[in-house]
Design a protein around this ligand. Structure first.
Ligand SMILES: Cc1ncc(C[n+]2csc(CCOP(=O)(O)OP(=O)(O)O)c2C)c(N)n1
Length: 336
């Protein structure tokens, strides 16, 4: 890395121009895939989708330095950009959306976006929110007992922090100083419930103090700020100093799911205002300011990503459905 690059914001984090290009591509892939999935829903081909638009910076920023094959990932349903960073392909995402046999998460049996992938170290998620939090603490406890250099990272929304599971997981992690990072993607709503009706505090991060470890607040629309916070938390976990809670302040730009009508609980002006802080636009602005992106390159990249997604949709749509004879697989010890 040149001296000039080392002096930039990304250079000081150890990120090269190539890293930034790859991060931007992942964020764009998540956004364009999200939009394509919603279109598939409106066409009647995808029964249910969960958009992640608006969360791309905090998802890519907090997952980018996770070590593949070493660290363990516990994402929640909105974490499309996290699983893309982990190595899940757009085709695999659509295999889940279309409930196909090859879907890595559940072989087409779970709802879409209930991510899981043995190959990538992504632990299967359940529908009840925050259940992944005690799982993360348990996995980190096992890694500590075995003396393994593994960092476990667990992502969740602000609403999840009201659940007992969340508090139990954080408490256990704090007591045992576990190598785990907790990431709250605070988008200000738990479906229709605004943060003000969910908790009497402004920052979820302050809850970490009650469990004996640091909690930090970060601009969740700034991918480099999220990366920096994760770098510190990941290093801390590897040094054996215990967990960190990172609260990324962000916003969900689309409804909660394809079944939700967000016009009933939030003003159009509020959503419009949030669009001015769109994390992809903000990162593109940074790249342009560094001379790393211009209109032509951006258009070419968007076209390439769109083509990749279109190909993934076609290939996943044509993939075989699960064999009805396997309906009870993994559900009962004996065939009912
Ligand atoms: C234990 C439990 N209670 C309620 C629900 C219904 N539910 C699904 S998602 C959700 C909102 C969660 O909000 P948050 O954690 O802030 O994440 P976001 O969807 O905003 O990203 C709720 C209440 C559930 N799945 N599990």
């Amino acid at each position: 890395m040149s001296t000039r690059e080392a002096a930039t914001q990304h250079g000081s984090l150890g990120l090269s121009a190539d890293d930034l290009a790859a991060m931007y591509r992942t964020m764009l892939t998540a956004r364009l895939l999200d939009e394509a999935a919603l279109r598939q829903n409106r066409m009647g081909r995808a029964p249910f989708v969960i958009p992640g638009a608006g969360h791309e910076a905090c998802q890519v920023g907090t997952s980018w330095l996770m070590r593949k094959g070493i660290d363990v990932w516990l994402p929640y349903y909105r974490d499309l950009a996290v699983v893309l960073t982990a190595g899940m392909t757009p085709r695999e995402v659509f295999l889940g959306i279309f409930a196909k046999a090859e879907d890595p998460s559940s072989g087409g049996r779970q709802m879409p976006a209930h991510w899981g992938c043995k190959r990538l170290g992504i632990i299967s998620g359940s529908s009840p929110i925050a259940t992944q939090v005690p799982h993360a603490a348990g996995i980190a406890y096992a890694a500590k007992l075995r003396g393994e250099d593994t960092v476990t990272t667990c992502w969740f929304g602000d609403g999840a922090t009201s659940e007992g599971d969340w508090h139990e997981g954080l408490n256990f992690a704090g007591v045992h100083k576990l190598p785990v990072v907790f990431i709250c993607e605070n988008n200000r709503y738990a479906i229709s419930v605004p943060q003000s009706k969910q908790m009497a505090i402004k920052n979820v991060a302050v809850r970490a103090e009650g469990y004996g470890f640091p909690g930090v607040v970060v601009d969740g629309n700034d991918v480099l700020a999220c990366y920096a916070a994760m770098q510190e938390a990941h290093d801390r976990a590897r040094r054996g100093e215990g967990p960190t809670l990172i609260e990324c302040k962000t916003y969900r730009l689309l409804p909660h799911t394809s079944d939700d009508d967000d016009k009933t609980y939030r003003a159009a002006a509020e959503v419009e205002e949030a669009r001015h802080h769109d994390p992809i636009m903000e990162f593109a602005g940074y790249l342009r300011s560094q001379g790393l992106l211009d209109d032509e390159a951006d258009h070419a990249l968007r076209a390439a990503v769109k083509a990749e997604i279109d190909g993934a949709i076609m290939s996943a749509w044509d993939a075989p459905d699960p064999d009805p004879a396997t309906l009870y697989d993994h559900l009962f010890a004996e065939d009912p």
